[in-house]
Design a protein around this ligand. Structure first.
Ligand code: ADP
Ligand code: MG
Length: 696
């Protein structure tokens, strides 16, 4: 027997405008539109961003100092108190059956207008001691008003929905609850039952019900995994389709190495290649020789030797009477490459051509002429290479250094100057396989993990407060022995964050401590020319200790610097710490990365200290922060994942990828009628992903 709800809304269609749903109306429809909910179907897809699991709540009386907790209580009293420093603090005292807890929100006096006596609040955050136990909530949610009888939710898992001005999460929850039974039957499941069963996942309607109305956290998670699978499948489908189309459109140049130039270069190198370099080259050579175009990403930490691998690939193009171009994101990097390549190529009698924006017009014109005539065979440049006036005779290989610093369109602009050239992308920011597969699909990846032998090692040490003196003594001694040190802080001055050590203060302190040494200071508020001046003096050795914010993360290479001290390391992402660590260990001397932790040492820092492998650090970072923070929007090509968690869903990703390849193999353009719904869904979900392929 159909329920009344179904009867009442039986005319409901997926595209029924949201304001026609019972309980919505015009005003709420406006608020819902701000949340991206415009149709009945959108409402089912408005998913909880978290759950309140009553089994994980801490009774207020049992909140212990030092713990991170979630708790629910009624507001018994509240007030705003000024501090001596003029900061206004909002206080509220919560009560539950077990007792009381004071909550404080420094600098948020405005909450006095939002939070009222009698309201039921969910708070979560750290408990500390300050004239008694206090919580400083990172997050709070108003669960009920003074007149609701509702008490702390018991034995249930409560979905918390993204809300907006004028439409709170409780109203949204009630609305979804009211319509869910009528909406669920509108959902079409495109995953064939046999596949679904093999994956051990619920049907899509079951999954949506589980996500909105779970009876346990595990049920909600299983629902999420199903949504994640569809999402990952859609990404892989788009990537596989694009790749198949690109390959069909343009075959490769079939560049087989005749070993003339490459052998001579290898013979002239003073060292032999590492195993990883050899392996990458074998993969590259096979790609270049194949009938299909190469589209490969070479990943490796700074110092793993990507340049010589790229150069050997470029020489394969030359062996085939083609040109090879290397594009770098800054003039400095391009110049550095030009110098390195000129030195390496000297024994072969090849002169690389350089094209930079700041070169005199006449020089640029003659460079362009040599590029167009084919006289220039190896070409190095910046964005200047992208200009319309630059034409190649026969471009066989495009190498893009620090590829993530270019947009999709820029990479494509260079590639399109050739007729189906091979493409090699370089990056010093290793990313985990799961992320690479999501961003680049079937882009082939070579990884350099091994470092060439003979260079100084970097030791990472975590030191706590009590060891601070010894650290500064050590830094002083090393600098007097002729070494140099970086000291990195999270903020420029104390006004930014009262409880953090700041760069300006640290510089003063170190100046009075090391009277016989020169201490420099750089940060983002200095004028670029002043900053460069200080950096140059550090590079030249006139400054021994450089106090800095993370501005030094990029663009400075001082082999004599052997110490990197990081204050408040807990403030930095792991990938960022790894970049900082990469600033030392560039010479032959042993180097040190010293993390000065204040209180306890978090596990994440221990894990970081235990590895020097950028790939491992990236894995840890992905677990910690998720994909969104790891990569810029520009790099992601419009792919943002709503349901999938790459750090956890690796198994689903591999299966989604296999299934997507299977579909594309049978129907590369997704033209068959039975694939129409799949194609439409994937395009609707990732409209920009279609562009990805133009990369080559
Ligand atoms: P990346 O671009 O990956 O940061 P580079 O290509 O600049 O690294 O190489 C770093 C340094 O290591 C360079 O000085 C290079 O000459 C050197 N190098 C590269 N490969 C080897 C090797 N197999 N053995 C010894 N030194 C190497
Ligand atoms: Mg490099």
């Amino acid at each position: 027997m159909p329920s009344r709800a179904v009867l009442r809304t039986s005319s409901l269609q997926p595209d029924t405008p949201i304001q026609f749903l019972k309980g919505v109306g015009e005003k709420r429809a406006d608020a819902l539109a701000r949340l991206g909910v415009r149709t009945a179907l959108d409402l089912v897809w408005h998913l909880p961003h978290r759950y309140l699991d009553a089994s994980t709540l801490t009774p207020l009386a049992r909140a212990r100092v030092g713990d991170e907790i979630s708790a629910v209580g009624r507001v018994m009293a509240k007030r705003v108190l000024p501090t001596r420093k003029g900061l206004r603090i909002f206080h509220a005292v919560l009560r539950d059956d077990s007792g009381l807890l004071e909550c404080v929100w420094p600098g948020q006096a405005f909450l006095d207008r939002t939070i009222r006596e009698g309201q039921l609040l969910l708070v979560s955050g750290p408990v500390r001691f300050y004239h008694g136990r206090q919580m400083a909530p990172r997050e709070f949610i108003i669960l009920g008003e003074a007149d609701d009888a509702e008490s702390a939710p018991e034995g249930l898992i409560l979905p918390i929905y993204p809300a907006t001005e004028g439409l709170g999460h409780r109203q949204i929850r009630a609305l979804i609850e009211r319509h869910l039974d009528a909406l669920i039957p509108l959902i079409a499941d495109l995953l064939p039952p046999a596949r679904r069963e093999a994956l051990g996942l619920p049907t899509l309607p079951e999954a949506l019900r589980a996500v909105h109305r779970p009876s346990s956290a595990a049920e909600a998670e299983l629902g999420r995994r199903r949504l994640a699978f569809d999402e990952l499948f859609d990404v892989q489908l788009m990537l596989a389709r694009a790749r198949a189309l690109a390959k069909r459109d343009k075959g490769g140049l079939g560049q087989v190495s005749n070993a003339t130039f490459t052998r001579r270069l290898r013979e002239s190198l003073p060292w032999s290649l590492t195993g990883d370099q050899e392996k990458a080259l074998t993969q590259i050579a096979a790609d270049m020789a194949a009938a299909e175009r190469m589209h490969r990403l070479l990943m490796g930490d700074v110092g793993t030797g990507k340049t010589v691998v790229a150069l050997l690939a470029m020489l394969v193009a030359l062996e085939n009477q083609h040109q090879a171009a290397l594009m770098a994101p800054t003039e400095l990097l391009a110049e550095q490459h030009a110098t390195t390549l000129a030195r390496l190529l000297a024994p072969l009698g090849i002169m690389p051509e350089v094209l930079l924006g700041r070169m005199p017009a006449a020089d640029k014109a003659s460079a362009r002429k040599r590029i167009a005539s084919g006289a220039a065979r190896i070409i190095i440049g910046t964005h200047a290479l992208l200009q319309e006036t630059v034409a190649f005779k026969q471009l066989g290989l495009v190498v893009i250094d620090e590829q993530h610093r270019f947009g999709v369109e820029q990479r494509a602009a260079l590639i399109n100057k050739g007729s189906a050239p091979d493409v090699l992308l370089l990056t010093a920011t290793p990313i985990p396989r799961s992320l690479a597969l999501t961003l680049y699909g079937d882009l082939d990846v070579s990884a350099l993990r091994e470092r060439p032998p003979g260079r100084g090692k970097v030791r990472t040490a975590i030191r706590v407060d009590a060891e601070r003196e010894r650290v500064w003594t050590f830094v002083g001694e090393e600098c007097r022995r002729g070494r140099q040190a970086y000291v990195v802080l999270p903020v420029i001055d104390e006004s930014e964050k009262a409880d953090l050590r700041a760069a300006t203060t640290m510089a003063e302190q170190l100046r009075s401590r090391y009277v016989d040494l020169e201490v420099g200071l750089v940060h983002g508020r200095l004028k670029p020319e002043d900053r460069d001046a200080v950096m140059r003096r550090f590079r030249d050795g006139t400054i021994q200790v450089l106090v800095a914010t993370t501005v030094i993360e990029v663009g400075i290479d001082v082999p004599n610097a052997t110490i990197m001290v990081v204050e408040h390391p807990e403030r930095f992402g792991l990938a960022q710490l790894h970049q900082l660590r990469g600033r030392v260990g560039r010479g032959d001397e042993e180097s040190y990365c010293i993390l000065l932790a204040d209180g306890g040492v978090p596990e994440r820092l221990k894990a970081f200290a235990a590895t020097t492998d950028g790939f491992k650090v990236a894995e840890l970072d992905l677990q910690e922060r998720g994909m969104g923070d790891l990569i810029g929007a520009r790099q992601s090509g419009g792919i943002t994942l709503r349901h999938a968690k790459l750090a956890e869903d690796g198994d689903l990703l591999e299966k989604a990828r296999a299934m997507a390849r299977d579909v594309i193999e049978r129907d590369p353009a997704l033209q068959r009628p039975e694939h129409g719904p799949l194609r439409d869904r994937a395009i609707a979900r990732f409209p920009r992903a279609v562009e990805l392929f133009r990369v080559g």
